[in-house]
Ligand binder design. Structure first.
Ligand code: FAD
Length: 454
C-alpha cells in the first residue's frame, strides 16, 4: 500500500471538498483530496449524450448565492438566464390547463387568498429564523415536532392552497412528502434562500445557468489543484486517530492508499458517513445524529426536441401542478442551442411509483405528464434521460439530506462540530445555501478557515 504524508486530507471531490482544498492550499497547506468516483463534482455532473450536454445534477444559480457567484467569477465562468418569456402553465385538479403570468397560480379567488396569506405567514416566521442556527428559535422544539403537513392544516382547510404551498418546499426542495419533515425544517429551507417568497419565485430561485454546465466549478477547481492533489477512485474505508495523542494526527485509508495528515475533512453527504469505519468509533452523539438524516428523492427528467416548440405557442416552458406526476417543469435549453430541452421533476412517492414500472412504461407516463403542459409534441423527444441519483452508490438520493421529525432541534447544532481531527463540510449542513452548491462552497470555506485558525 502506498503511503503519503500531508497536512490535510479532504474526503470527497464535490464543491465543498474542492473549495476547502483550494482554500487550504492557498494558505500554504499540503492537501490531498480522496474521491470515491472516477470523476470530480459529486452531485454536479455534465452528461455528454452524443455531444449534447445534459446537467444530470445541480445547475441553477440564484442572485442571493454570493459564495457561488464569487466562485464563478473567480473561475472565469459565464452565466445565462433561464428562458422565461411568455406564459406559464398550471394544471388544476380537474385537468384543466390554465395559462398565467407572474408567480401566483391561476386558482379560484378564495384559494389565491389562502395562498397569499400562507406566503405572508411563512415569510414572517422565516424572518425570525437564523438559517445558521434554526434550533436557536424560541419555538424551535415545538416547530420541529409538528410536520409541515400538520402545520399547513392548522392554517387553512383549502386543499389546493395546502398542496401548492407544500409543493414549494416538499416536491421542489426537500423532495420528501410534507408529512415526513417538520415545520422547522421547512422554515430552514426557506430561510436558507432568504425568504419563503424567494422559493415561490421561479425567476429568482432558478435564475441563471452556467455556460458549459455547473460541473465546470469542480472541474476547474480540481484542474487547478492538480492530479497530485486530487486522487480519483479512492473510496475511503477507514479513519484512524488517537484520542490520547491528538498531535499524532490521523490516518485515512483507501483500498490502495494510506494518507497520514494532521486533519481530515469529511466532504461527503452526511448519510454516507456510516460507510467509513472509524477507529476509535465516532462519539455516541454523532452515531445517533447521523441516523436522523436522510436523503430526499427526485427524478430529474430531461427531454430534448429538435426545436423549443413551446416557445412558438407563446409558452415560457415554466409549468406547475401539484396534481401532475411532473409537479414542475422548465425550459432547460442550453446556451446557444438550436434544440429545445425541457426539464421536469418527479418527486418522492411519485418517484417510488414510477420506479416500480418498466423503463418504457415510466418514460411513457412521464412524457404523458409533460404533454399535459406542452401538448402532444412533448411525447416525442429526440433524446430522453432520467437522472437517477437514488442508484448512485456515492450519493443515494437527491437533492440532499434533511432531518427527520424532531431531528433538527435535537441534533442540528452538533452537525458541523469537529470530532478530534475530523471536520465536516457539505451543502447538507449549510445555513445559507442549504442543499445548494452555494452552501457547499460556504461549508468548504468554513471547514478550511476553522483548520487554519487552529
Ligand atoms: P457532493 O456533491 O455529494 O460531493 C461529495 C463527494 O464525496 C462525491 O464526489 C462523492 O463521490 C464523494 N464520496 C462519498 N463517499 C466517499 C468516500 N467514502 N470516499 C471518498 N469519496 C467519497 N444545487 C444548486 O445549487 N442548484 C441546482 O439547480 C441544484 N439542482 C440539483 C439537482 C440534482 C438532480 C441534484 C442531485 C442536486 C442538485 N443541487 C442543486 C444540489 C447540489 O448539487 C448539491 O447541494 C452540491 O453539489 C453538493 O456538494 P457537496 O460537495 O456538499 O457534496
Amino acid at each position: 500500500m502506498e503511503r503519503i504524508e500531508t497536512d490535510v486530507v479532504v474526503i470527497g471531490a464535490g464543491a465543498a471538498g474542492l473549495t476547502a482544498a483550494t482554500e487550504l492550499k492557498a494558505a500554504g497547506k499540503r492537501v490531498v483530496v480522496l474521491e470515491a468516483r472516477d470523476r470530480v463534482g459529486g452531485r454536479l455532473w455534465n452528461g455528454d449524450f452524443d455531444g449534447h450536454l445534459l446537467e444530470i445534477g445541480g445547475q441553477w444559480v440564484s442572485p442571493d448565492q454570493d459564495a457561488l457567484i464569487e466562485t464563478l467569477a473567480e473561475l472565469g465562468l459565464e452565466t445565462y438566464s433561464r428562458y422565461r418569456e411568455g406564459e406559464n402553465v398550471y394544471i388544476a385538479e380537474d385537468g384543466e390547463r390554465r395559462l398565467f403570468e407572474g408567480e401566483i397560480f391561476p386558482v379560484p379567488a378564495k384559494t389565491e387568498g389562502e395562498i397569499l396569506g400562507l406566503i405572508e405567514k411563512l415569510d414572517a416566521l422565516v424572518a425570525e429564523i437564523d438559517p445558521e442556527a434554526p434550533w436557536a428559535h424560541p419555538r424551535a422544539k415545538e416547530l420541529d415536532e409538528i410536520s409541515f403537513a400538520e402545520w399547513l392544516g392548522t392554517q387553512t382547510d383549502d386543499e389546493e392552497a395546502k398542496l401548492n404551498i407544500g409543493m414549494f418546499i416538499a416536491g421542489a426542495m426537500l423532495t420528501k412528502p410534507t408529512h415526513a419533515f417538520s415545520a422547522l425544517q421547512a422554515l430552514l429551507m426557506a430561510a436558507s434562500a432568504g425568504s419563503f417568497s424567494h422559493l415561490v419565485d421561479a425567476d429568482f430561485i432558478l435564475d441563471q445557468r452556467v455556460v458549459g454546465g455547473l460541473q465546470q466549478v469542480p472541474l476547474r477547481l480540481a484542474e487547478r489543484l492538480g492530479d497530485d492533489v486530487v486522487k480519483l477512485e479512492q473510496p475511503v474505508r477507514t479513519i484512524r486517530w488517537s484520542p490520547e495523542d491528538p498531535a499524532a494526527g490521523v490516518t485515512v485509508i483507501t483500498d490502495s492508499l494510506e494518507v497520514a495528515a494532521e486533519r481530515v475533512i469529511l466532504a461527503l453527504a452526511p448519510i454516507l458517513y456510516t460507510r467509513i469505519s472509524y477507529d476509535p468509533p465516532l462519539p455516541r452523539r454523532q452515531h445517533q445524529l447521523h441516523q436522523h438524516l436522510s436523503m430526499g428523492f427526485v427524478i430529474k427528467v430531461h427531454a430534448v426536441y429538435e426545436t423549443p416548440f413551446w416557445r412558438e405557442q407563446g409558452l415560457s416552458g415554466t409549468a406547475f401542478s401539484p396534481y401532475e406526476l411532473c409537479h414542475e417543469a422548465y425550459d432547460n435549453t442550453n446556451h446557444g442551442d438550436t434544440r429545445g430541452t425541457l426539464v421536469g421533476f418527479v418527486s418522492d412517492e411519485e418517484a417510488d411509483g414510477v420506479f416500480s414500472l418498466t423503463a418504457e412504461e415510466r418514460q411513457a407516463r412521464i412524457l404523458e405528464s409533460l404533454s399535459h403542459y406542452y401538448g402532444e409534441q412533448a411525447k416525442n423527444p429526440v433524446l430522453y434521460y432520467e437522472s437517477d441519483w437514488g442508484s448512485e452508490e456515492w450519493t443515494r438520493g437527491a437533492y440532499a439530506a434533511s432531518f427527520d421529525m424532531g431531528g433538527l432541534a435535537r441534533y442540528g447544532a452538533d452537525l458541523r462540530e469537529p470530532v478530534g481531527p475530523i471536520s465536516f463540510a457539505c451543502s447538507d449542513m449549510a445555513g445559507k445555501g442549504y442543499q445548494h452548491v452555494d452552501g457547499a462552497i460556504r461549508m468548504g470555506r468554513l471547514a478550511a478557515a476553522n483548520i487554519l485558525e487552529g
